[in-house]
Design a protein around this ligand. Structure first.
Ligand SMILES: NC(=O)c1ccc[n+]([C@@H]2O[C@H](COP(=O)([O-])OP(=O)(O)OC[C@H]3O[C@@H](n4cnc5c(N)ncnc54)[C@H](O)[C@@H]3O)[C@@H](O)[C@H]2O)c1
Length: 246
């Protein structure tokens, strides 16, 4: 498979290694200094595009990919408010698109564990919170993964009805808000903690990424899966199919 990379930073390089390891070729790489155009996306011979760039670049990048009529995997996070525009671009151009706030297989299994824990501990009256930590250069917060984990908790815990990323000034934190706190420090690859609190004990579930290889592997497998499909898919909703198709 011939792959073009939009964004050639930490993840772009990791994806290049994973793609080569899977027998694919990276035919073009684009970044802020070497931007893509419809012409060079077409002429490079790419069969699929993988975007790990920056949140403010995603709308323009997907417009280019749509014009070039290429399927795309979007790993960039922090553009959730632009989802309707991306959905419209994908539908109008009839291209394939897989998006994932976290392409790690382990994180997606962790989400299942969080759902089960939230159901059990919610019924038992526990309070819950989420904490996420990433390297200092990450631009968006909370992380896309923390928001997905938040959705998983809200879907199973009746006492929590909304996500909050800040504490109210001079007032108690409302019990129906699920608080997400963010840490940005050093080179942390990505750590997500879900905590459950009762008067008697504390329970913590932690996912700690050791490196970026897991994200890159998932993105390459998603690219293999989308290359001959059209439509919009979320990695977390199709992970079983995507992994079974390898
Ligand atoms: N979904 C996942 O599993 C996952 C995992 C890790 C990181 N991420 C996300 O991937 C993105 C990239 O992360 P990173 O650590 O590689 O960042 P990075 O800063 O190391 O690299 C970003 C790259 O994007 C390029 N870029 C910036 N603006 C661009 C534009 N307009 N067009 C094309 N390229 C542009 C930069 O030049 C750079 O090459 C972030 O949004 C991050 O949150 C997602």
């Amino acid at each position: 498979m011939k792959i073009a990379l939009l964004g050639y930073g930490k993840m772009g390089h990791e994806i290049e290694s994973a793609a080569l390891g899977h027998g694919h070729t990276v035919v073009a790489t684009f970044d802020i200094d070497h931007p893509a155009s419809v012409d060079n996306l077409r002429s490079c011979g790419a069969e699929v595009v993988i975007d790990f760039s920056q949140p403010n670049a995603v709308i323009d990048n997907i417009a280019l990919v749509a014009s070039a009529q290429l399927p795309v995997v979007i790993g960039t996070t922090g553009w959730d408010s632009s989802l309707p525009i991306i959905l419209a671009q994908v539908a109008q151009a009839k291209i394939g698109c897989v998006v994932g706030s976290n392409f790690s297989v382990g994180v997606n299994l962790f989400l299942e564990i969080v759902r089960t824990a939230s159901r059990l501990l919610g019924t038992a009256g526990y309070d819950a919170y989420i904490s996420e930590a990433h390297h200092r250069t990450k631009k968006d917060f909370p992380s896309g993964t923390a928001l997905r984990i938040g959705d998983a908790v809200l879907s199973e815990m009746k006492s929590k009805v909304r996500i909050s990323t800040e504490l109210p000034a001079g007032a108690a934190s409302p019990p129906d808000a699920l608080l997400i706190t963010s840490i940005r420090a050093g080179g942390i690859t990505g750590t997500h903690t879900v905590g459950f609190e009762s008067e008697e004990d504390s329970i913590e579930l932690v996912h700690r990424a050791k490196n970026r290889r897991g994200f890159a592997y998932g993105a390459v497998v998603a690219a293999e899966w989308i290359v001959n499909r059209t439509g919009f898919y979320r990695f977390e909703e199709h992970i079983t199919e995507i992994l079974n198709d390898r």
